[in-house]
Design a protein around this ligand. Structure first.
Ligand SMILES: Nc1ncnc2c1ncn2[C@@H]1O[C@H](COP(=O)(O)OP(=O)(O)OP(=O)(O)O)[C@@H](O)[C@H]1O
Ligand SMILES: [Mg+2]
Length: 392
């Protein structure tokens, strides 16, 4: 009875799933010693009260920007224990793209009073500052994907944060790390900001090469699987395939996870070379170019579809149309007529970006289709399009 369930969670290979999550922060980073040291030198003096520091980290998708900022924050806070009290806040501006949302997140992580409505961001920052001083704390603030904040709102918050102690007796309340995929992040800022950030405080992360990607996969394997369940050649193959897809560390982790799942499903206690298959990867199968080369309204149609498919398997063409209209509104674009919409949909299908099937019960007029994305991760595609539209 229910034999088919036997292999699920049998633990033949996997002991703990957590290290396979992208959000897991490894105790040690692979191949980033130099970069951590660079960061540390930008933060020289952080042990002293009255000192605040800043750094800007840029690099391609999956080059480890977020995890580097996190690892550094954790390490420095523990290193300074007993000398200086470091509070950490890490805000992803893609999820919180306005100054007031970012401030809200900072307040939440400080567990202090929430910024009250009706106050300007300058006032809220000063409240946060006073709270920090009152507790003898220093805030290490990471603004991740900061380009989204600057484009959607402005750089005003960053400017204010950089000048938070100006004209005050006590200095050194907030250190700032800005993180972005954009190599030209500095060009988004006016001189007053870039000079305060300091051009020497910029750290560019190169994408990972094969060997490092193998090591990243190895680290996750060792933390999550039974010893001996994933062999050397398997890790090497993962490194090779991940390097082929832009050196994205996420790809290495995902390849590992998918191959473990395949092996366990087959009832084995070891991952074989054949289990590692890039074709099985959701986010790998669509090349970024395929998305970037679409026309604007094709992108907007696809974006609407992605939004729904993050939560469900399929979306009806009628709903896709409504979502498209909504997305157009958000991007101040006039939605095209139904025929054009339909043409875009068919084009997306011909490009292999979506799949559609006719409804089995085609009641009433018109042609209802159900759209799905079997070959890709809607969330990833959505954020690619969003990035692309924002960069103009
Ligand atoms: N040097 C490393 N050692 C171990 N794990 C790493 C390393 N670099 C990245 N990872 C892991 O790879 C995944 C992706 O890294 P991260 O999220 O830091 O990339 P990112 O550069 O911030 O990507 P994005 O531009 O999409 O935000 C994370 O799960 C992270 O823990
Ligand atoms: Mg990141």
């Amino acid at each position: 009875m229910a034999d088919y369930l036997d292999n699920i969670g049998s633990g033949k290979i996997l002991v703990s799933k957590e290290p396979l999550s992208f959000d897991w922060t490894p105790p040690e980073l692979i191949g980033r010693d130099t970069q951590l040291r660079d960061l540390a030198s930008m933060f020289a003096g952080i042990g002293n009260h009255n000192v605040s520091c800043r750094a800007v980290i840029t690099g391609n998708v999956g080059s480890g920007k977020t995890v580097l900022a996190q690892r550094f924050g954790i390490d420095i806070a523990s290193k300074l224990e007993g000398r200086r009290k470091i509070e950490r806040a890490h805000v992803n501006c893609r999820n919180h793209p306005s100054a007031s949302q970012v401030l809200q997140q900072i307040a939440l992580s400080l567990d202090s009073r929430h910024p009250e409505r009706g106050f300007s961001s300058g006032e809220v920052i000063q409240t946060i500052r006073r709270n920090l001083l009152a507790h003898g704390s220093h805030l290490l603030l990471v603004l991740d994907e900061v380009d989204v904040l600057v484009r959607r709102d402005s750089a005003d918050l960053i400017y204010k944060l950089l000048r938070v102690d100006e004209g005050q007796e006590e200095q050194g309340s907030i250190s700032l790390i800005l993180v972005s995929q954009e190599p030209t992040l500095f060009s988004l800022f006016e001189h007053a900001i870039s000079s305060r950030l300091g051009s020497g405080n910029s750290l560019v992360l190169e994408s990972y090469a094969e060997e490092e990607l193998s090591q990243i996969a190895r680290q996750r394997y060792e933390e999550s699987c039974r010893p001996g369940s994933v062999g050397e050649e398997v890790l090497e193959k993962i490194g090779r395939l991940a390097e082929d897809s832009r050196g994205d560390a996420r790809m290495a982790i995902e390849l590992l996870e998918v191959s473990i799942r395949r092996a366990e499903k087959a009832g084995r206690d070891e991952v074989l070379l054949d289990d590692v298959d890039a074709g099985k990867l959701i986010s790998a199968s669509i090349e970024p170019n395929q998305v970037y080369e679409l026309g604007k309204h094709q992108k907007l149609v696809l974006m609407g579809i992605c939004r729904r498919l993050k939560k469900s398997e399929e979306v009806s063409s009628g709903d896709a149309r409504k979502l498209y209209e909504l997305v157009c509104e958000e991007h101040s674009e006039k939605a095209r007529g139904y025929t054009t919409f339909w043409k875009h949909l068919k084009y997306l299908e011909s490009e292999g970006l979506v799949k559609s099937r006719a409804s089995s019960s085609n009641q009433g007029r018109g042609r209802t289709q159900y759209i799905s994305m079997p070959n890709s991760a809607p969330a990833e595609i959505e954020s690619r399009i969003e990035r692309d539209l924002l960069s103009g």
